[in-house]
Design a protein around this ligand. Structure first.
Ligand code: ATP
Length: 237
């Protein structure tokens, strides 16, 4: 069985149906991408996996357990961490405090907490330089790095990344995607939501295209990069 199995889920905001009959799976060690236009339901899907939105139908399974109704904080404990869209770091806390807060679910002792923070500084050296700085004063790219590092502080086995490229300069985006590759090489499983389809499909082992709340195409990243419908709709050629 896959690490994550989303089975035929429906999600709605009151009367608005945002996701209809979506099924996806993520195998251990894969990077899986969800691509699609604005409003296709990508963030909604990710939030439901993190437990931030209730299902109106279907079910979600993680490592053989049905987590469909598990509260968000218990999903963190179960090994799922979300790096949310728009970063949402704690603005008036330092970089180091943001990281330490990311480990709340683990009840680490002081030494283990310091070691976990140190490991994140190795992955994102910029954060080490800025560890005493308030998060609100970081650049957009640094805040994105902090959001990912904070999610990793929960020691997840599945990392959910919502739009890591949003609002960032090309060189910074390249850095973020290099980091995703490093995480995969270190054994992390990643579910990535991304509007920049070329980048997402370039890194993804497999991917799903979401259109108005439904999966319309799926395949390997390489297959979808070549797919005429994907090229016309998302790659501009
Ligand atoms: P984007 O890339 O622009 O974030 P997305 O694919 O992530 O798009 P969602 O944010 O999941 O799309 O939105 C899916 C649909 O649900 C949209 O029609 C959106 O307007 C609607 N929606 C999202 N959040 C809410 C909300 N809190 N209340 C009502 N409708 C919402």
């Amino acid at each position: 069985m896959a690490m994550l199995e989303v089975r035929d889920i429906d999600l709605a905001y009151g009367p608005i149906r945002a996701v209809t009959g979506v099924s996806i799976r993520v195998e251990q060690g894969e990077v899986v991408a969800i691509v699609g236009a604005n409003g296709a339901g990508k963030s909604t899907l990710l939030k439901s996996i993190a437990g931030l939105l209730p299902l109106s139908g279907g079910s979600i399974h993680f490592e053989d357990a049905d987590i469909s109704t598990l509260p968000a904080h218990r999903r963190v404990g179960a090994g799922i961490a979300l790096s949310p869209e728009g970063r949402q770091v704690f603005p008036d806390q330092t970089v180091r405090d943001n990281l330490e807060l990311g480990a709340w679910s683990r009840r680490l002792n002081v030494g283990d907490l310091a070691a976990a923070v140190e490991q994140k500084y190795t992955l994102f050296p910029r954060l080490r330089e800025r560890q005493g700085q308030m998060a609100m004063t970081l650049s957009g790219g640094e805040q994105q790095m902090l959001a990912i590092a904070r999610a990793l502080m929960g020691a997840p086995r599945l990392l959910l990344l919502d739009e890591p490229s949003l609002g960032l300069a090309p060189l910074v985006i390249r850095d973020i995607f290099l980091t995703i590759r490093k995480l995969r090489a270190a054994g992390m499983t990643v579910l990535l939501v991304e509007q920049m389809a070329n980048l997402a499909l370039g890194i993804a082992d497999r991917a799903y295209v979401l259109e108005t709340g439904r999966v319309t195409l799926s395949g390997t990243g390489a297959e979808l990069l070549q797919h005429p419908q994907v090229r016309a709709a998302y790659l501009g050629h």
